[in-house]
Design a protein around this ligand. Structure first.
Ligand code: ADP
Ligand code: ADP
Length: 233
């Protein structure tokens, strides 16, 4: 079933007298369970598209339907609500609370959902175990490696059972070997049915996705099924 549908979306930034057409016309349909990479050089519109798909921003024109809802013209508060429910974010810089344990970092999104502390801890523990970090539940970020920190961030993104995991340059701060481990984890999450969208400018990382959408100058240059998904094990 369709989870994301953008219809001719555009995004214009105005800076003084200058007008920047960051996205010109982007139409894309993504089904539940797909694993897609948004690729493209710097300035091609990846962040702009990701911000719209992730409900951090709305398009200047066109329509965006997320999980059956038209979110194109929502207010910031409405968008925030949709975001909490539908999207799990993973960032290049992990964005973990430095003084909180893995368990507390992962359980954070559940506070807004109104669960009791006991249920939050249970769900957070399950999410940590699903990324292989159960034994690190009581550790703080500075007691973890980069790859482990990113696993905590991935567990946090998934703990609310979002419709989509949106990962912005998820390996940007990791060495090559650790990057491949995170890509193996993504493959496992994909195999379990998670919908994954990954934004990257790295060809080697995009190759792990099952579909590669290439942007250039605010337009889709190509949109292809990846027939040679890399697997390490
Ligand atoms: P990418 O993520 O592929 O590097 P971006 O979506 O960040 O591309 O940027 C696309 C174009 O829009 C670039 O020309 C960029 O400078 C411009 N742009 C992005 N965000 C803003 C903004 N907030 N204000 C003005 N221009 C922006
Ligand atoms: P990356 O491609 O690594 O994600 P970018 O440099 O494209 O980083 O963008 C980082 C953030 O800065 C984005 O959220 C984007 O909207 C904003 N941005 C990019 N270009 C500009 C710009 N020219 N003016 C203002 N903000 C911008």
């Amino acid at each position: 079933s369709v989870i994301i549908q953008t219809e001719d979306i555009s995004r214009v930034y105005r800076m003084g007298s200058e007008t920047i057409h960051a996205l010109k016309s982007v139409s894309i349909t993504i089904n539940r369970g797909e694993y897609v990479a948004f690729m493209g050089p710097s300035g091609s519109g990846k962040s702009t598209l990701m911000n719209i798909v992730g409900c951090l921003d709305t398009p200047s024109g066109g329509q965006y339907i997320l999980n059956g809802k038209d979110v194109s013209n929502m207010t910031d508060n409405e968008l925030a609500e949709i975001r909490n429910k539908e999207i799990g974010f993973v960032f290049q810089t992990f964005n973990l609370l430095p003084r909180s344990t893995s368990l507390d970092n992962v359980s954070l999104p559940l506070i807004y959902a109104g669960y009791s502390k006991r249920v939050r801890d249970e769900k957070a523990m399950q999410a940590l175990e699903s990324v292989g970090l159960g034994p690190r539940a009581k550790h703080k970020p500075n007691e973890l490696s980069g790859g482990q920190r990113q696993r905590v961030a991935i567990a946090r993104a998934l703990v609310n059972d979002p419709s989509i995991m949106l990962a912005d340059e998820p390996t940007g701060n990791l060495d090559t070997k650790t990057s491949y481990e995170i890509m193996e984890l993504f493959e496992n999450l994909h195999a379990k049915g998670n919908t994954i969208i990954m934004v990257t400018h790295e060809e080697d990382i995009a190759k792990y996705a099952h579909r590669i959408v290439r942007l250039r100058d605010g337009l889709i240059e190509s949109d292809e099924i990846n027939t040679e998904v890399i697997r390490h094990s």
